[in-house]
Design a protein around this ligand. Structure first.
Ligand SMILES: CC(C)(COP(=O)(O)OP(=O)(O)OC[C@H]1O[C@@H](n2cnc3c(N)ncnc32)[C@H](O)[C@@H]1OP(=O)(O)O)[C@@H](O)C(=O)NCCC(=O)NCCS
Length: 172
């Protein structure tokens, strides 16, 4: 894919070499983090899966530090957000927004016309982010999550529209 520079980060496709970094970010951010095996499957073994990483930019150059990632599936005409995380020290700088726009751009290029996701009811940061990006809450799944047990809020963007930020470059 073409890399997509934004003002804050460089967004690129993650590779199996990024596994340790992704695992660390995951463990720093979730009460029930994805395991190494789960990440390996998304990186190597799932034809629908895409994983984009965000690398910080310093003095116009990518520093190499991975500060966040998004994992999503493009299943026919639908983008399914599987995971999204930005490391705690890099939050509130628009990086998740950049990752979501890159995800939607690739989804659109592959023919997706809508996007869906689930989010913990207590996760007001993520709900706020998705709302800002144009997702709307459509339903609640009671006690969907474990560790801790919690409802899931289902969100949908239909039709898929890419809101705000730099126009994205074509990704393949
Ligand atoms: C949710 C998360 C990915 C947001 O990442 P981020 O890079 O900080 O988000 P952005 O800077 O792009 O924020 C964009 C918008 O989202 C909303 N938002 C982000 N963090 C928020 C917070 N803590 N509280 C309220 N709204 C928030 C705001 O509307 C924000 O726009 P603003 O800064 O102009 O007000 C990040 O907090 C995170 O990694 N959390 C832990 C993992 C997680 O919950 N992932 C989601 C799984 S579904």
């Amino acid at each position: 894919m073409n890399t997509q520079p934004t003002s804050r980060v460089l967004i690129e496709r993650a590779t199996p070499q990024d596994l340790e970094l992704l695992l660390r970010i995951e463990q720093d951010s979730f009460s029930a983090p994805w395991t190494r095996k789960m990440l390996e499957v998304e990186l190597n073994g799932n034809q629908f899966s895409h994983l984009f990483k965000a690398r910080s930019i310093c003095d116009g150059h990518a520093s190499g530090d991975v500060v966040g990632y998004v994992c999503f599936w493009v299943v026919f005409d639908e983008v399914r957000v599987m995971n999204l995380v930005v490391e705690p020290s890099a939050r509130r700088q628009g990086i998740a927004g950049d990752l979501v726009r890159s995800m939607l751009t690739l989804g659109q290029a592959h023919g997706a016309v809508r996007a869906i996701l689930e989010v913990r009811a207590s996760n007001l940061a993520a709900r706020g982010l998705y709302e800002q990006m144009g997702f709307r809450e459509t339903a609640t799944r009671t006690r969907y999550y474990t560790n801790p047990t919690e409802d899931a809020i289902l969100m949908e963007m239909n039709p898929l529209v890419i809101a705000g930020g730099e126009p994205s470059r074509a990704s393949s």
